[in-house]
Structures are given as C-alpha cells and as structure tokens.
Design a protein. Structure first.
Lengths: 122, 400
C-alpha cells in the first residue's frame, strides 16, 4: 500500500488580516522559523556527534579567528541575504541602480526616493 | 521534549522531522501561554475599559468580547499564529505516516492477530454510514479527518491522530496521552468507592487513548470502545494489544448503540460531544441512558459550559468553534448541561459535575484532596496550560 496523504484541511482558510497577503506572509514566516529551528537542531546535534568522535568542534567554533578571507566571504553572504530578502522594497523603479550601502552618500538615497515617487505619480 | 509513545506503533521520525515536531509543539505551548497572555493583557488594559466607556457596562458574554477583540492586534496575531501552529502539527507528522503507511498497516494487523497478547477484540461494520459531521469537515484542521482510508487494513487515520496529538498536546495530556481517562476514572473510583463497574463503554474513543485507563483503574471490568471510523479503530485495537490492555473495539454510531438496554455500568466520553450536531447530542444522551444499568453513571469530559464562565473565558474557549473547524463546539457549550441529562431521562438531582486536577500529574494523594471540592470555573478550567490545567466533567447517575 502507498498513498499520498492530503497536506491541508479542506475548506476555506481563516483570514485574520484585512490587507491582502498578510495571512499568507505570516504562514511563510512561521514555516521559515520552523526551518531555522530544524537547522539549528541539526547543527547542534552535528557538533555533539563530532565531539563524541573526538572532535571538540564546539570549543573550536567559539575560538575560531575569522580571517580577512572569511570576513570577505561572510560580509558578501550577509549582503546577498539582505538584498535577496529586501529585493522588493529596495527596487522602486525599473531603472533603479544599486544604492550605496547605508551611511554613505545618503543624498543619493534621498534623490532615488524622490525619483520613485514621481514615477508612481506619473 | 516530545516523549515517544510506549507502544509498537510509535512513529520513527527522521532527525529533521523530529526537530520540526519539537518546534511545532513548542510553538503550540508558546501560543497558549505567551500569546494568549498577551491577548488577555490587551483585553484588560485596552478593550475592556474602552467597552465600558462606550457601553456603560462590561461585556455580557463571550460573543460581545469576541466582537470587541476581533480587530485588535493581539487577537489577530494570537489567532493567526495558533491557526498556523495547528496546520503545522499535522504537516509535521504526515510525511512519517505516509512513508510507513504499509508498514503500519502490517504491524497493526500482526498485533491484532496475535493471540498471545492481551485479549480484547475488534469488530468493524463495513455497512455503517460514517456521519456527515465526520466526513464533511476536516475536524480541527486534520487533513482527512478521522475517516480517511487508503487501503485494506489501513491505520493511517489512527497513526495521524496519535502522532499529531503527541505534538499538539506539548506534554499536557500525559505520558500515554491518557490523562483525561485517568482523571475521570480515578475520580469515580475515589468519589464512589462502593461502585464496582463491571462493564464500561467509551463513546467516540478514536485510538483508545482515554479508554485504556478505565481498564487499568477497574481491572475487573469489561471495557468497550466505539467509534464510527474504521482506521482509528484498527489502530486503537493494535495499540491496546501492544500495551497489554484488553478492550473490545467496535465500529458503531453512538447515536444508535448496538447494545441491549441496561448493559453498562459506565458510559464515558472525552472531547466527543462538541463534535456532534445538537440533535445527535440529544440522541447520544438518550442512548446512554438506555444502555446504562440502573445505578450506572454517564460521565463526560468536555470544555465547561458558557453559562458558568466569565465572558472573557467563554470567548477564549469559543475560539475553536469559530477558527478550528469545530463548528458544533459553541452550540454545544451554549447548552444547559444538566438539561441535556434530564432531557434524556436522568433526574435533575442526579446531575454531577467536577473540575479536576490532572491525575497523572498531581498523583493519588493530591488528587484525592480535590475530589470533594466543588467545581471551580476560572481561567484555568478547561485550558491547556502548564500552570495547571483542570479538566471539566459532567454527567449523571441513573437511578437504581
């Protein structure tokens, strides 16, 4: 015997927020949180298993000195993550250019905000 | 931590599935403690004062509180996160059930056919029409509800119920998910020590988790458990065999019991009445009265009636009726429970009710002290709360 069990209950799903999409967004956030929790548990267990096999990685992880090369990789990775998550709020119009990092050239950011307003008004 | 169930049909989750189940179980606990507390705070600090200013009085009942709370931030997030948690409970265990669906069916069959194990029996009725209140709704958002079947001897619905309730309950139902059965059976044993039931019936028994405690509390009794859905009963029978407790499981509709008059000393139900339309509740009470022997007792665990709850508590417990695919809940809880009993033939003076601490958590000595206390209706009554849930039960003795 094999079967594909239904994943969702039948019937209309509850809606608790008036704005379109917010209920769905909340569900996505909860699922993502579950994924994060699962990853963290797996990582934790990975460290324990390595310890059991003679590799005291927990301590090693705490003591690890981030090299310049590590820093460059990690910084780029953080930027990629932030840009990916904020993509829809960072790009205000089709010809929006990459904005400078926050804190630099704030005059340009003010201009680009003004540009996107005038695009919408048009 | 989610305790694995001590029977042979327990799930075998992968590491990641187990982590996800732990997360969801913790989320359930978080919603019912922190988010619920936050919502109560918003009611006390903002909604209630505003209502009193506007109306010159506090809310009169649950529906007035519901209406006042519905647009508030705390209510929206409590409700949305709680709904998601409920959906995630099932989503977290379905892959494991699906993966082992054939193996579970084989394992359950082998257990049921094992004559070396404890007695009991399973009698299914393929001609029984599963009622629409079961087939038409995925009750408490369980995909497939109680009745879905996926092949011969399938037990998927039972496995889904068992595995999911383990996640759902964040430990509050006890080690074998049977605290309700333990609490209600031990109450009868301690409150009425002369009463020696010989035949006990659990109606709407699902996987028998609250049926087995009756057999353990009254080992000389013959215990029966009935339900309309075949898959959960196959699972129940195998589970009971695995745990060494003899129970006779039968596929039957509690509104049309296939038992003779005056054939049971106890008719019991747990979290069952609220899943029935009102006309079926009345029919069940009449059947319970019919099959009870004179001197027998009807004893139901349920959420307390709205008439005994303060408006906020009434609103809080009504939530499942509106948002958890349990549409019969509020119509049931709006009833006069004594009236349900007298309407079926029980005498008004023979009505009994109690609010009880959880037997398997507080132990015999502390429980014994609570047995003679009057029923207490407050914010802990009927709520699943690690600070101290109190189960509510009601019913009636049939005059001898």
């Amino acid at each position: 015997m094999s079967a594909e069990l239904p994943r969702m209950a039948r019937g209309r799903r509850n809606r608790f927020f008036e704005a379109e999409g917010v209920d769905e967004l909340l569900s996505m956030v909860m699922e993502l949180t579950a994924e994060v929790a699962t990853l963290r548990e797996r990582l934790y267990v990975t460290e324990r298993v390595l310890e059991q096999n003679g590799l005291a990685v927990g301590e090693g992880i705490e003591r690890y000195e981030i090299s310049d090369e590590d820093d460059a990789w990690l910084t780029a990775e953080r930027e990629r993550l932030l840009s990916t998550v904020l993509r829809t709020v960072e790009s205000g119009s089709r010809d929006a250019r990459e904005t400078a990092p926050a804190g630099e050239d704030s005059g340009n950011q003010g201009d680009s905000t003004g540009d996107s307003k005038s695009v919408r008004a048009a | 931590m989610i305790q694995p169930q001590p029977h042979d049909l327990q799930p075998a989750p992968t590491r990641d599935e187990r982590a996800r189940q732990e997360f969801v179980s913790g989320l359930r606990r978080h919603v019912l403690t922190r988010l619920a507390g936050h919502m109560r705070g918003e009611y006390d600090e903002e909604v209630l004062p505003a209502f009193e200013r506007e109306q010159g009085r506090p809310p009169a009942d649950g529906p007035e509180v519901h209406k006042a709370m519905r647009g508030t931030r705390a209510f929206r997030f409590y409700s949305a996160v709680r709904t998601n948690a409920q959906e995630m409970v099932f989503a977290s265990v379905i892959p494991g059930v699906e993966r082992r669906i054939a193996e579970l069916a084989d394992q359950a069959r082998a257990l049921r056919d094992d004559d070396e194990r404890a007695g009991g029996s399973l009698t299914l009725d393929p001609d029984l029409e599963v009622p629409r209140n079961v087939t038409e709704i995925d009750v408490h958002l369980a995909p497939g509800s109680y009745h879905a079947e996926y092949g011969d001897d399938d037990v998927a619905a039972g496995a889904l119920y068992d595995h999911s309730i383990n996640v759902f309950a964040f430990g509050q139902f006890g080690r074998e998910l049977d605290d309700i059965g333990q609490t209600l059976s031990h109450y009868i044993r301690l409150k009425y020590p002369e009463f020696r039931p010989q035949r006990i019936l659990d109606c709407g028994c699902t996987i028998g988790h609250n049926t087995l405690p009756w057999a353990r509390t009254f080992p000389e009794a013959e215990v029966h458990g009935i339900d309309v859905a075949p898959g959960v009963l196959r699972y129940a029978s195998a589970r009971a065999k695995s745990l060494g407790v003899p129970v006779h499981f039968r596929q039957m509709d509690a509104t049309k019991l296939d038992y003779p008059d005056a054939s049971f000393d106890v008719v019991f139900s747990s979290m069952f009445l609220h899943e029935l339309p009102l006309k079926d509740i009345h029919a069940f009470f009449r059947e319970a009265y019919r099959v009870l022997k004179p001197g027998g007792v009807l004893w139901n665990m349920e959420l307390p009636p709205n008439s005994r709850m303060a408006p906020y508590e009434s609103f809080y417990l009504d939530w499942d009726s509106y948002y958890n695919n349990e549409p019969f809940y509020k119509p049931f809880r709006d009833q006069d429970y004594r009236g349900l009993c007298t309407g079926a033939g029980f005498a008004a003076e023979d009505f009994i009710e109690a609010t009880l601490p959880r037997y398997s958590f507080v132990g015999e000595a502390a429980f014994r002290e609570g047995v003679d206390q009057p029923a207490l209706f407050d914010s802990q009554t009927g709520r699943m709360d690690p600070k101290g849930t109190r189960w509510y039960a009601f019913g009636a003795w049939k005059q001898a």
